[in-house]
Write a new protein. Structure first.
Ligand code: NAD
Length: 283
């Protein structure tokens, strides 16, 4: 099947970035969220992100306008019936995603592929919530989507070769570098990245160094482009916690226990950049 129209569910941090990447590559995109407000915020982000490219002379104003015109933002989930591929990028919550996959399966074209951008949830489990399990796959983009090259393409137990090949080719067509990964808690990157961030939170909580010093140490000592606590703020503390919980549940290994300070900061609503406060302040 030729993948032409892309549906994106969730217009948050990742969803609007995914919509932007496909629209810039020339694909019509249907962007869906539960209400108009998150859609407006998502489209404002896309506009701001493309405007920065125009200001740097890396995109023309016409190309920006054309990319934005390719995105149809709608709270009507049924609009996704027109998509050849639906990429789910809604909140990281198993019950929510299982419900969503059942609904998307009911409304999508029979030949459409349904992908999830989940950071950690089992693709096999999400596929089992549909009647098209061989056409379900993980497409794990990285933040910020328009900039980061990697897409982990995650094969659930049921994912067909045909589905994998189509998604691998599409990822390359939008300028991304796909890496094939077998379904497993946290896949490859988050299995390693999130425990490292978790350890940085333990170190911070124990008073080993300030947040800035921990970030500087990892930037300057390991050549990381961004320190682990600043990265946690970028990812979202709630997302980081959700991934640690999936690793802990999935492997039943105490080495994946979430740092208590992370749990408490999420309870306080300190979610990082998106809430204005995390390990650093963004006001
Ligand atoms: P976010 O909180 O920024 O956005 C989630 C969006 O989903 C919100 O706008 C919310 O209104 C919407 N939503 C919730 N329920 C919905 C529903 N039923 N239908 C339509 N929209 C719905 O979250 P995010 O950081 O963009 O994460 C989205 C997904 O991407 C998660 O699965 C997350 O694990 C994954 N992910 C996140 C990152 C990251 O760095 N933040 C990186 C890779 C993958």
């Amino acid at each position: 099947m030729q993948i032409q129209t892309i549906g994106v569910v969730g217009a948050g941090t990742m969803g609007n970035g995914i919509a932007q990447a496909f629209a810039v590559a020339g694909y019509p995109v249907i962007l869906n969220d539960i209400a108009q407000a998150p859609l407006d915020r998502g489209m404002k982000n896309v506009d701001g992100s493309l405007e920065r490219l125009v200001k740097k002379d890396r995109m023309t104003a016409d190309a920006k306008a054309a990319a934005i015109s390719r995105i149809t933002a709608t709270p009507d989930i049924d609009a996704l019936a027109g998509a050849d591929l639906i990429i789910e990028a809604a909140t990281e919550n198993l019950a929510l995603k299982l419900d969503l996959f059942g609904r998307l399966d009911g409304l999508a074209k029979p030949e459409a592929i349904i992908a999830s951008n989940t950071s950690s949830i089992s693709i096999t489990k999400l596929a089992a919530a549909t009647k098209r399990s061989s056409q379900v796959i993980g497409m794990h983009f990285f933040n910020p989507v328009p900039v980061m090259q990697l897409v982990e393409v995650i094969r659930g137990l049921q994912t067909s070769d045909q589905t994998y090949t189509a998604i691998e080719a599409l990822s390359k067509a939008v300028g991304k570098a796909p890496v094939q990964v077998r379904n497993s808690p946290g896949f490859v990157v988050n299995r390693m990245l999130c425990p490292m961030i978790n350890e940085a939170i333990f170190a911070f909580a124990e008073g080993l160094a300030t947040a800035q010093e921990i970030d500087d140490a990892m930037r300057l000592g390991c050549n990381h482009p961004i320190g682990p606590l600043a990265l946690c703020d970028l990812i979202g503390l709630d997302v980081q916690l959700a991934v640690m919980q999936v690793l802990f549940e999935g492997f039943k290994d105490p080495k994946y226990r979430a740092a208590p300070l992370l749990v408490e900061m999420v309870e306080a609503g300190y979610l990082g950049r998106k809430s204005g406060r995390g390990f650093h302040s963004y006001t």
